[in-house]
Design a protein around this ligand. Structure first.
Ligand code: MN
Length: 438
């Protein structure tokens, strides 16, 4: 894993013209996967691959018999309603399919005549959650987020002593995970108002976002058999954008001693497209630890992880209020950061999650945890951006926000770019807050 090959060549050109549009997230070097169908239709969902502003319909493509061998098997698996079967096949099959797709979508490819009829415009598509997610685990891998949050509760000792040794995580809930476009009602929950002597059931007053990446497990591991850190990435299919909506007032009252519960499980929003680890290969960067921090225990350490275990993925959060929407204004950017600042890598999350023998299954989802960078403008949650609600954000149109209000939409974007490599992107992860049910 992590190797560069012909599919990453920035000079590649596709016969799909929109793959060359300036700023596109989906050039030929990306080839991310989603589950989709035509909007408002009764069609079955099936796998698709983004190319420019189009989707290559994997079910239609499989019927053309365009590929042979391992790529044909992977294409058939990708034609199913969700991507679990493709995810289960493992990195050799994913790579064979990527290479076959890359060659078939290139200018001059003999496959053009057959595949041209298998394209569906993204503009007429709707997306499903890309996999049947059996289990969802949310990590806490940003030391900057953990420190910012800890400081609000323990100014003198913000970071708990286990943080630099363990990739902290908890088991979340899969049933309420939705895909971009998700709208959800402001949750109600038990909260303890400041100065109150007893809690009451109220609509959440401190509704927040968490800027995260989602990590989809590919091949699983048998119960009882840990995945060594050196093999961990072979079990990862790819990454997407994730908003882990959080009700801070509910969380503050309920979280001790077992952690968040109803403050997190009312909605989680994913971007539809999963960018494979192979597509991200040009954007690997060294995993760096300050020299005076504890170095990872041997089961969380490998030469490959040190050399290229982190990923430089640019991330941005925009907030669009109803007033902005009515005025035809795009959302205001409230955060920009990079995944490279995470304290623990994807490989370390997999190795740690399985070290006790816990079995992962194809389609399982990890959240990275809120991905705050080292400075406040790189913070991935309102609780940090407003310092616990004390400093409201001033938006460009004169509005202010401390927490999310009804009608607010949050748009997460992610992309990778650098000289000498093709820019690739994740598309959007959009979610909207509806009023609490009465
Ligand atoms: Mn989270």
């Amino acid at each position: 894993m992590g190797l560069m090959n012909e599919t990453h060549d920035p000079a590649l050109r596709s016969w799909v013209a929109s793959a060359h549009a300036a700023g596109t997230d989906f050039p030929l070097q990306n080839l991310p996967f989603a589950s989709f169908r035509r909007q408002g239709s009764n069609e079955a969902f099936r796998g698709g691959v983004a190319i420019g502003d189009q989707i290559l319909d994997l079910a239609l493509a499989a019927r053309t018999g365009v590929f042979t061998g391992e790529a044909a098997l992977a294409l058939q698996a990708g034609a199913e309603e969700r991507l679990n079967a493709l995810m289960a096949l493992g990195p050799k099959a994913w790579s064979a399919l990527r290479l076959a797709l890359s060659r078939a979508l290139r200018e001059g490819a003999a496959e053009q005549t057959r595949l041209a009829d298998c394209l569906v415009p993204q503009a007429v598509a709707e997306y499903g959650v890309p996999a049947r997610i059996g289990d969802y685990t949310d990590f806490y891998t940003s030391v900057h987020h953990a420190t910012n949050i800890g400081r609000q509760f323990r100014p003198d000792n913000p970071l708990l002593p286990n943080y630099k040794w363990i990739p902290i995580g908890y088991h979340g809930r899969a049933s309420s995970i939705g895909v971009s476009g998700q709208a959800f009602h402001r949750p109600r929950g038990q909260t303890l108002a400041a100065g109150a002597t007893q809690p009451s059931l109220e609509p959440c007053q401190r509704l927040d976002i968490e800027l995260e990446l989602g990590i989809f497990v590919g091949t699983g591991n048998p119960l009882g058999e840990p995945v060594p850190v050196t093999e961990a990435e072979d079990h990862v299919f790819g990454l997407c954008l994730l908003n882990d909506w959080s009700a801070r007032d509910i969380q503050a009252w309920e979280y001790q001693p077992l952690g968040p519960f109803l403050s997190k499980n009312f909605a989680t929003t994913l971007s539809p497209w999963i960018v494979t680890l192979e597509a991200l290969a040009p954007y690997r960067v060294p995993f760096e630890r300050p020299a005076d921090d504890p170095q990872p225990l041997p089961y969380l350490d490998s030469e490959a992880n040190r050399r290229q275990g982190s990923l430089d993925i640019q991330l941005q959060v925009a907030l669009q209020t109803p007033k902005m929407r009515d005025a035809g204004q795009a959302g205001a950017t409230i955060c920009r950061t990079s995944y490279r600042h995470a304290y623990w890598t994807v490989a370390q999350m997999v190795a740690h999650h399985t070290v006790n023998g816990c079995n992962l299954q194809p389609g399982d989802l990890f959240g990275s945890g809120t991905l705050s960078g080292p400075t406040l403008d790189q913070a991935g949650a309102l609780i940090e951006l407003t310092t616990g609600g004390k400093n409201p954000l001033s938006l460009p149109n004169g509005e202010r926000r401390t927490w999310l209000e009804d009608g607010d939409s949050v748009v997460i974007r992610g992309w990778c770019e650098k000289a000498g490599a093709a820019r690739i992107g994740f598309g959007e992860c959009v979610g909207t807050v509806l009023p609490a049910r009465s």
